[in-house]
Design a protein around this ligand. Structure first.
Ligand code: AP5
Length: 217
């Protein structure tokens, strides 16, 4: 099953992708996590991406498309994947369609997690991320068991640089201008499923797992 998760920044794509990937047995491929990892390691990609990310702008299409193409060829993605944060522009969506078609594959579902801009701001302002495994938490809605420490790997929790209010405003503008049109793109192909993301994490996961016909652990 090849799945794309759509939705504004802070909609819960990372939260849901991690849970659903576990119950469905597919890899969770997050372009945001890949870029943050490159920034943390100081690679050439990281140096290029850092400035765009901190301002809330998109990394250039040709850069991100190349990275995703390579990732999709890795063995764990052969039987399926959950893409989180890609595609984000029409050019990326077309490149993904062409790449999959060359491999004799296609997107099965584009799941759009629907959340208002007000909720996005509430969620992002309380978000904390694990520095080691990237798992997202929320100080109020999804707190860790021990303050500042990841439940899964014991890593330190931190606030993303692009979660500052000015960058969040820009990310929302970029989302509405460049990524929201993908809802129509996948709608026209009959692949779009809308999910109300303004509900508890578990309810949203259950709906997506049922849609994908995955067994919960
Ligand atoms: P990326 O990391 O993809 O950021 P994003 O799309 O802005 O999404 P977020 O990670 O902010 O949010 P999310 O939807 O995953 O929500 P989360 O689960 O964390 O990209 C970052 C940057 O990288 C981009 O701005 C760009 O510069 C670059 N980039 C990445 N991909 C790119 C691409 N394809 N092309 C070009 N550039 C690219 O949840 C948010 C918070 O809410 C958490 O605290 C969580 O605990 C909480 N929460 C989640 N669900 C619920 C719920 N149901 N109820 C209450 N709280 C909830």
């Amino acid at each position: 099953m090849n799945v794309v998760l759509l939705g504004p920044p802070g909609a819960g794509k990372g939260t849901q992708a991690e849970r659903v990937a576990k119950s469905c047995g597919f890899p969770h491929i997050s372009t945001g996590d890949m870029l943050r990892d490159a920034v943390a390691k100081g690679t050439e990609l990281g140096k290029l991406a850092k400035g765009y990310m901190e301002k809330g702008e998109l990394v250039p299409d040709e850069v991100i498309i190349g990275i995703v193409k390579e990732r999709l060829l890795e063995p764990d993605a052969e039987k399926g994947f959950i893409l989180d944060g890609f595609p984000r522009t029409l050019e990326q969506a077309i490149a993904l369609e062409n790449e999959l078609s060359a491999l004799g594959r296609k997107i099965d579902f584009a799941v759009n997690i629907e959340v208002s801009d007000e909720e996005v701001v509430r969620r992002i302002s309380g978000r904390r991320i694990c520095r080691s495994c990237g798992r997202p938490y929320h100080v109020e809605f999804n707190p860790p068991k021990a303050d500042g420490i990841c439940d899964v790997c014991g890593g330190e929790l931190y606030r993303r640089a692009d979660d500052e209010p000015e960058a969040v405003r820009r990310r929302l503008e970029v989302y509405h201008a460049q990524t929201a049109p993908l809802v129509d793109f996948y709608g026209q192909r009959g692949l779009l499923v809308g999910v109300d993301g303004a509900r508890p994490v578990e309810e949203v996961s259950s709906e997506i797992e049922n849609l994908l016909n995955c067994r919960k652990e």
